[in-house]
Write a new protein. Structure first.
Ligand SMILES: *Cc1c(COP(=O)(O)O)cnc(C)c1O
Length: 436
């Protein structure tokens, strides 16, 4: 056997990474690939009548994620509500399925608000900085279905004036700044100013202050969320009884990383492992992608619920709201493309450009590229590139397959989050969408 003659050495990590998030060589990537290869005929069948590149959306996966997320938190807290963050995947079919899964929608613009209303959503939170008068107007016209998460004192003033002018009552919350460092300050008000916000809102007969919201980017573990919950608890100590009584909900936002962890390329992040193969022909090296661990949702739920019980419920009782995006829809969409040109022994060009996903994600993020036409669990080095006029148009540096030939169909799984929403018709047309 050839492998008997080979000696494989893995050299240790070259970069020092955060100790809280251990880094692994992704030895179990084969089980992920194998999971998708088991469904190979299902996918190829769906692709038959459609043009590629294409996204296949699997509503059953979305549903099971929505249920899992809800159950994780619902079982630990007395009163909860769940809102899907529409920006993460703005295809109307996904929002529609989420409404059917008993989620509300979290929207961040008049455009998203319109879509949520048109889909018949009855429970919408509208957050985000810089809301325009026209956006406030739509929210006020639909005040029974929309809560506005106000982002600043200026917004409160403008919204109160318009609500008063329209003689419409509206429920509001306030977004809190979680990170007072420069750019994150653009979101919300400092927690120290909750009482002042409450007092200003109380001056208007038309805006009704009901709660607090925060959102902490994306997290591989719940420590940032728990830390901020402690901070809110501390701040509540200095709030008046009336203000505390007014708080009926605390919305802890989104930012839960999928359980697979974060995969990255060695080539662009300068971390990971080097595989050295020594055989009779000498030594060859290969740079290997790696994975940063993320905690399962049950762990997030346990830690966040404990932090809430210790720091919040000892002072007020209220509903806890969630705005997950990525965790819910990441696994529900898979991307498919065709190999058009094998130009060199190590360069393949596909019919999809990165305009399909709207950004240069795969220069840094690693996802397995699976040859559905010539399947295999072995990963080979190959530059898989798109057809746009830019060298940043990269899908990856490896593929799983027996071989790679023109006409082969490639799959990149788990492309449901921050891809479809960001797609653009740049040079090439946008991908088609297939619902299953
Ligand atoms: C983006 C965003 C979310 C969703 O974040 P995910 O990382 O996709 O879970 C939730 N709430 C707010 C306010 C956001 O801006």
């Amino acid at each position: 056997m050839e492998s008997d003659r080979k000696k494989i050495i893995y050299e240790k990590l070259e970069a020092v990474l955060n100790e809280e998030n251990p880094v692994f060589q992704n030895k179990d990537i084969k089980s992920v690939v194998s999971f998708y290869l088991d469904k190979r005929h299902f996918y190829l069948d769906k692709l038959k009548l459609n043009s590629l590149p294409a996204y296949i959306f699997e509503a059953s996966i979305l549903k099971s994620k929505a249920d899992d997320f809800r159950h994780a938190f619902e079982n630990l807290l007395p009163e909860t509500a769940f809102y899907f963050a529409m920006k993460c995947n703005n295809h109307p079919d996904i929002s529609f399925e989420m409404i059917n899964n008993n989620y509300g929608l979290d929207v961040s613009s008049g455009l998203e608000l319109d879509q949520a209303l048109n889909l018949g959503c009855e429970d919408i939170v509208f957050s985000g900085p810089g809301k325009t008068k026209a956006e406030h107007y739509i929210a006020l016209q639909n005040a029974g279905r929309v809560k506005i998460l106000v982002d600043s004192f200026g917004e409160l003033e403008r919204l109160s004036a318009l609500a008063e002018f329209m003689k419409v009552h509206i429920r509001i919350g306030v977004r809190l700044t979680t990170n007072p460092k420069m750019l994150w300050r653009k979101f919300g008000i400092l927690p120290e100013r909750i009482e002042e916000f409450y007092t200003q809102a109380a001056r208007s007969a038309f805006v009704h202050f009901e709660g607090l919201q925060f959102h902490t980017s994306w997290n591989l573990n719940p420590s940032v969320q728990c830390e901020f919950i402690r901070k809110i608890g501390e701040t509540l100590d200095s709030c008046s009884e009336e203000c505390k009584k007014a708080i009926k909900f605390i919305d802890v936002g989104g930012g839960y990383w999928p359980e697979q962890g974060e995969w990255l390329h060695y080539e662009t992040t300068n971390a990971g492992m080097v595989e050295k193969t020594i055989d009779s022909l000498g030594e060859t090296t290969r740079k290997i992608h790696y994975r940063t661990e993320s905690k399962p949702i049950s762990f997030f739920a346990q830690e966040i619920s404990n932090a809430i019980k210790q720091n919040i419920f000892s002072k007020i009782s209220c509903k806890i709201c969630f705005e997950p995006g990525r965790w819910i829809c990441n696994d529900s969409m898979q991307l498919f493309m065709t190999v058009i040109d094998i130009k060199e022994p190590d360069i393949a060009i596909t019919d999809a450009g990165t305009n399909t996903i709207g950004w240069d994600r795969f220069e840094y993020d690693y996802f397995p590229i699976i040859n559905m036409t010539r399947p295999s669990l072995e990963e080979k080095s190959f530059n898989i590139l798109g057809s746009l006029c830019t060298p940043h148009d990269v899908w990856g540096y490896n593929y799983f397959g027996e071989d790679l030939k023109e006409g082969d169909i490639l799959m990149i799984p788990m492309q449901g989050a921050y891809t479809w929403s960001l797609r653009q018709q740049f040079i090439k047309p946008v991908a088609s969408f297939i619902k299953t």
